[in-house]
Ligand binder design. Sequence first.
Ligand code: PYC
Length: 414
Amino acid sequence: MPLALLKHGLFGRFQTPKRQIPAPRPLAKSYDVVIIGGGGHGLAAAYYLAKNYGIRKVAVLDKGYIGGGNTARNTAIIRANYLTPEGVLFYKESMELWETLSQDLDFNIMYSQRGHFTLAHTDAAIRTMRWRAEVNKQLGVQSEVIGLDEIAKIEPTLNLSRDVRYPILGALWHPVGSTARHDAVAWGYAQRAAEMGVEIHQLTDVTGFEITGNRITGVKTNRGDIACGKVLQAVAGNTSVVSAMAGLRLPIRTVPLQACVSQPLKRFLDTIIVSGSLHCYIWQSQRGELVMGGAVDPYPLYGTRSTLDFKEGLQAHILELFPFLAEVRMMRQWAGMADMTPDFAPVMGKTHLDNYYIDAGWGTWGFKATPVCGKRMAECVATDVTPELISTFVWDRFSRFDQLGEAGAASVGH
Ligand code: PYC
């Protein structure tokens, strides 16, 4: 037996594991930047503020634990095959950051590039996919409409029979579609941000703001009040509640988005498969579990309960794609909260107050935007200039009827 293992067996239990982020401490009286929301986005913004701009007197506040909200509740799909040029360019930059994120953070986020199919079951879907493919290719994102022979070569277990309710006619193939381990992303950013001096305060609930003139001068929390230079709000699923405290009303509807995983199975599925018409998507995790989801719940609700309706509907559709899964058991089911905007595009950047910035409206695609959103929101907060890449996502576009129209790129039904 190796000596190191023997030593660990004999003495290891007496060692206290190293803390990944510093132990909790009292809130300071003031911070240069207060970030509300300790999910992937808020933590990424804190990391890039410290790394790219040397702004380290930063507090990240979370009412629960870091990465415990939508970061923990999404299904970790990463892609850039959007419909609008603004969306494609934004997610393209995110993909570039994802590709080197494990190395950049020196933290294994289990990034896995596996390819992504959006299946077409109707002529109308084929038309939209051709449109998407052309926009994507024009902007340098790999994306192609392919036929059944090619689909069968890449994913041979998919049911391509014509003898089903909605036969597959073709697919939008996005070879760089990927997945990553969501909690590792939050922890990677948290650890590196904390090493640079960022304070992370969990169980810290924001209850209001002190607003003087056109500025937020203080943030009220259940652990005391703090003064602040700037405030960034990144609270997916709770956007309307927090923004209302700052007097900002956004056209956001919050709906539950459910998902589930199966028991672990021997690996048979290499890619990510999405069917907009059947309202379902599926991929197989490194543990062998099938990660599955479908349409958002059909009514606004602040609740993360699971429903039998969802499970039954989803499984019926998944079985049309993979009939041999009929005996497979489901292990876990959960829900996240999707903040939907009318045009299915996010709300990012400066707001009606001089020192209050917002990162919101992610609907069903917040996870894949984590790195680019962190990087560009940090730039916006540090320089007080809205980066060109996110300038179309401004909050007041709705009052100017200047919407983006990203619904055609949604993976799940709404
Ligand atoms: O946009 O890829 C996506 C997605 C999958 C599940 C929810 N959103």
